[in-house]
Design a protein around this ligand. Structure first.
Ligand code: SF4
Ligand code: SF4
Length: 134
């Protein structure tokens, strides 16, 4: 079954998904907050996901001070936004809108719906795509 995450993955016209520096919202893995993320994974990846959750709910590989991933080049498949649509069984044509909706949801949850991080993300969506989109 396809998890309901996020509720309405629209594909906004003229917006191109890209990650921004100093966010890290998707590295908060607490399964109590993200049950749909865990549900979408196969058994092996669920085990890996759960092994990565730290006591504070953040990924053990996330440097909260530096706001960066310590294993970025070898991070798991489910950390790569380019794989998100496949994991959640979203059609390729909706992948961009789905990634945008997922990030908005995570950013609102971790940084607030009126905060600087969300505003930076919204601005980035209007820029040309960055060379490394995952
Ligand atoms: S939530 Fe989106 S913008 Fe923020 S770090 Fe994750 S992929 Fe990047
Ligand atoms: S492995 Fe890296 S990208 Fe994946 S959740 Fe952990 S800190 Fe974030």
């Amino acid at each position: 079954m396809q998890p309901d995450y996020p509720a309405q993955p629209q594909a906004p016209k003229g917006l191109t998904w890209q990650c921004i520096n100093g966010c890290g919202a998707c590295c908060r893995l607490d399964p109590g907050e993200r049950p749909e993320a865990l549900e979408a994974l196969d058994a092996e990846e669920q085990e890996l996901y759960l092994s990565m959750v730290g006591a504070d709910g953040w990924c053990r590989h996330y440097d909260t001070g530096g706001q960066r991933c310590n294993i970025y080049d070898s991070r798991p498949r489910f950390c790569r936004v380019s794989n998100l649509a496949r994991i959640f069984a979203v059609p390729e044509a909706e992948a961009n809108g789905f990634a945008i909706a997922c990030c908005r949801q995570q950013i609102r949850s971790e940084h607030g719906g009126r905060g600087r991080v969300l505003r930076r993300f919204e601005r980035a969506l209007r820029q040309p795509p960055s060379p490394s989109p995952d």
